[in-house]
Design a protein around this ligand. Sequence first.
Ligand code: AMP
Length: 174
Amino acid sequence: MKDLEKFIRNVQDFPKKGIGFKDITTLLKEGPAFREAVHQMIEPFKNDGIQKIAGIESRGFILGGAMAYEMGIGFIPFRKPGKLPAAKIAESYALEYGTDSIEMHVDSVQKGERVLVVDDLLATGGTAAAACKLVEKLGGVVAGVSFLIELSFIPGREKLKGRKISVLIDYKSE
Ligand code: AMP
């Protein structure tokens, strides 16, 4: 397993003071590292009968899109409010201050379909938990959740309790 962590750039105090932003653009621009990350994100789920990849806007589109292409299966976007054109459902989640929500087209998942939810990073887990709920509201089965990075000093995993989770890079402290 290659050390992917060295391709991640930590940008301190972005987008606001106190946040250590994990910038993945420095990994994406290196072909072999990008490819390796995509392969490793697929690996734990390759015998799980995954039928669709559902990626969270916007870095989940880059990783999830490549995963879906590699696996030869369809891709579904979870989008920020107001972006999807057709009939959709929404799920809200708590932020530090206030709430946010994500949306999904109602015809994106079929009943019983096995979906792998993908994002670049697990922090509080609010976004990924909302994404999983949307899939389940439509009758889909969340077969797993795949992240490139986890900030395990934040207890976000608890929001995904009982789900199969894969993470490639774990930051144990800030
Ligand atoms: P959360 O809902 O708190 O798990 O936040 C996850 C979402 O926020 C992901 O889509 C990430 O891209 C983004 N995010 C949260 N914290 C960071 C961070 N420190 N660095 C980069 N992205 C982050």
